[in-house]
Design a protein around this ligand. Structure first.
Ligand SMILES: Cc1cc2nc3c(=O)[nH]c(=O)nc-3n(C[C@H](O)[C@H](O)[C@H](O)COP(=O)(O)OP(=O)(O)OC[C@H]3O[C@@H](n4cnc5c(N)ncnc54)[C@H](O)[C@@H]3O)c2cc1C
Length: 350
């Protein structure tokens, strides 16, 4: 969005809460429409070059024996153009594209937004202020802009009864260019290992209700995951040992964001802030890039932002709803609830 607004002549400021672009996460997919968005931005080649040499996914048992394998070319939902990259690489590519043409305010966030029909006045955490034509909230699932302008997070969050954590472990726990997935009813551990020393780990578990935790208390969060995986076999004890040391640990609830409108006056939301689809869909980045491009195109085509926002709200909604609807299939795949369902899921790879 920053790229396109700058491209259309706006003076863009990006506000990022982190000290630098936020890194971390397991590999993510750039698919379908997002590939075209990347092509139009001139970053498709860089994304293709960062494509991971993924061969496939292996379902493991407690003795670390392969139950079955799904090779990438056999996974029906994936087409040859779809590109799996490290989240860090995608962040770096997009940041490199804009960093010299837009202003960045790192270690900052918006604390107050006041708007008139003419402009938006913004106060930042460092107490500086600014007046802008528009504010675009692209600040993820716990969006601060959404809270300030649209209201409490709870009213837009649809909890999917699972939690997931990501962190890196030593590469020796994985197999080069494969993901290894191990399930017990309600728990899933996956280790992704591609071409570097460390492997990305995803631990997910189903929960009947919400677990209260402090978003800034990492020790508390690590304990929650450790408790949820107590007694689980395979390499989980080693993964939990690595989790203790991990300095890039991330935990969140599995949820989707659903909103009746993504715009309010001169404020507009995109990406996870507006319509997070949850990781089992494998479409968070694709949806974010696609949505931003639709909004940017509408802004370029229309004489006024009201019409552009209307087009964005109306034309993109069917895509979002269709995609968010696929999450339950994704959850059955990554988090089968019984031994029988795990067995059935593993048969897909045979
Ligand atoms: C650390 C991390 C790891 C992730 N790992 C995975 C994964 O393994 N698999 C997967 O499918 N998806 C993952 N995601 C989500 C995935 O990145 C998004 O679904 C997708 O890329 C859509 O991106 P987005 O830009 O809307 O949101 P995000 O990628 O979440 O980016 C939001 C950005 O806003 C910043 N931010 C947050 N709050 C504020 C605030 N108040 N003020 C200013 N800045 C703020 C964040 O630091 C971040 O840079 C992860 C996200 C994060 C942040």
């Amino acid at each position: 969005m920053a790229y396109w607004m700058n491209h259309y002549g706006y003076d863009v400021t990006v506000v990022e809460i982190g000290l630098q672009p936020r890194r971390g996460g397991t590999p993510i997919d750039v698919r379908g429409e997002a590939l075209d968005c990347a092509r139009r931005m001139g970053v498709l080649t860089a994304i293709k070059e960062a494509k991971l040499p993924t061969k496939g996914l292996k379902f493991m048992n407690a003795h670390n024996e392969v139950q079955s394998t799904m090779l990438v070319e056999e996974i029906g939902a994936i087409t040859l153009d779809d590109t799996e990259v490290r989240r860090d690489d995608l962040v770096d590519i997009l940041y490199a594209k804009v960093k010299n043409s837009v202003h960045y305010k790192f270690a900052n966030r918006i604390t107050q937004i006041e708007q008139t029909s003419e402009n938006v006045s913004v106060t930042f955490k460092d107490e500086s202020t600014g007046t802008y034509d528009f504010v675009v909230g692209a600040d993820g699932i716990h969006s601060g802009v959404r809270k300030l302008v649209f209201g409490k997070e709870e009213q837009f969050t649809h909890f999917l009864n699972f939690y997931f954590s990501v962190f890196t472990v030593d590469g020796s726990l994985g197999e080069q260019n494969y993901a290894h997935m191990y399930n017990t009813p309600d728990n899933m551990a996956t280790v992704y290992f591609y071409n570097q020393d460390s492997a990305d780990t995803l631990l997910a578990f189903r929960a009947s209700g919400k677990i209260t935790f402090d978003r800034y208390n990492i020790q508390q969060q690590k304990q929650i995951v450790t408790d949820a995986f107590k007694g689980v076999g395979w390499k989980v004890p080693q993964l939990l040992k690595a989790l203790k040391q991990a300095d890039n640990f991330y935990l969140d609830q599995g949820c989707q964001i659903k909103m009746p409108s993504w715009t309010n006056g001169r404020v507009v939301l995109i990406g996870d802030a507006a319509y997070a689809p949850a990781f089992p869909t494998g479409m968070g980045s694709t949806l974010a890039m696609h949505g931003a491009t639709i909004l940017a195109d509408a802004m370029a085509e229309c004489d006024n932002h009201e019409t552009a926002f209307e087009i964005y709200n109306e034309t993109f909604r069917p895509t979002v709803e269709k995609l968010q609807g696929t999450v339950y299939d994704g959850m059955s795949f990554v988090l089968p609830e019984t031994d029988e369902k795990i067995y059935e899921r593993n048969k897909i790879g045979r």
